[in-house]
Ligand binder design. Structure first.
Ligand code: AMP
Length: 192
């Protein structure tokens, strides 16, 4: 592995309905390579995942995939990656992705993407890591989610610091830059 900074990107195994999602994945790939950040992702060659990894590789960047054994054929693992880590299950996958990475970005995706975002976000809440977490808010895709989290804050279930610690950006260049300089400001869950 290179000693570059490594950014994990969670995104859809589907391409989404609008072409702008694929364009955004390519734009993010470009910014990662420009910032000498290697990609860590779920290792598939489908949907936004495949588009992102292929663009990183096309630009001579490094792309590391992590895929569970049982998913490897179902999700069509990428055979041209810098390195593909095959693991035993979903939990191992997410742990490995988090260990490999210095920061995390979620871009549009489905249940898997949301689950991955919430897991890494709750790990930050618990102080398990202090790595920055960003939302690539393409086409305002995450606006309803952000609104809902704000409701959770105003209803007293989430501390305000957890929404303000999330780096929310529509511009990939700004997002990658903010992630490179940032860390998650952990607020102890205990001092509620
Ligand atoms: P999706 O956003 O649902 O298209 O899925 C994006 C990625 O998340 C794919 O690689 C899925 O295999 C993965 N995924 C789906 N469900 C889970 C889960 N429970 N834990 C970890 N990864 C998941």
């Amino acid at each position: 592995m290179t000693s570059n900074r490594r950014i994990c990107v969670y995104c859809g195994s589907s391409p989404g309905k609008r072409p702008s999602y694929a364009e955004a994945a390519k734009a993010l790939a470009k910014e990662l390579v420009k910032n000498e950040s290697d990609l860590v992702y779920g290792g598939a060659n489908i949907g936004l995942m495949g588009i992102l990894a292929n663009e990183v590789l096309a630009l001579d960047g490094q792309a590391y995939g992590v895929i569970p054994d049982q998913l490897a054929s179902f999700e069509i693992s990428h055979t041209g990656l810098t390195e593909l880590f095959v693991c035993n299950d979903m939990h191992e996958r997410k742990k490995k992705m988090s260990q490999l990475s210095d920061g995390f970005i979620a871009m549009p995706g489905g249940l898997g993407t949301l689950e991955e975002l919430f897991e890494i976000w709750t790990w930050a809440q618990l102080g398990i890591h202090k790595k920055p977490i960003g939302l690539f808010n393409v086409e305002g895709y995450f606006d309803p989610l952000i609104s809902f989290i704000n409701i959770s804050v105003s209803e007293g279930f989430v501390r305000p610091g957890h929404i303000s610690s999330l780096i929310i950006e529509e511009e990939p260049a700004k997002l990658v830059k903010a992630l490179t300089n940032g860390k998650y400001e952990t607020i102890s869950k205990v001092s509620h």
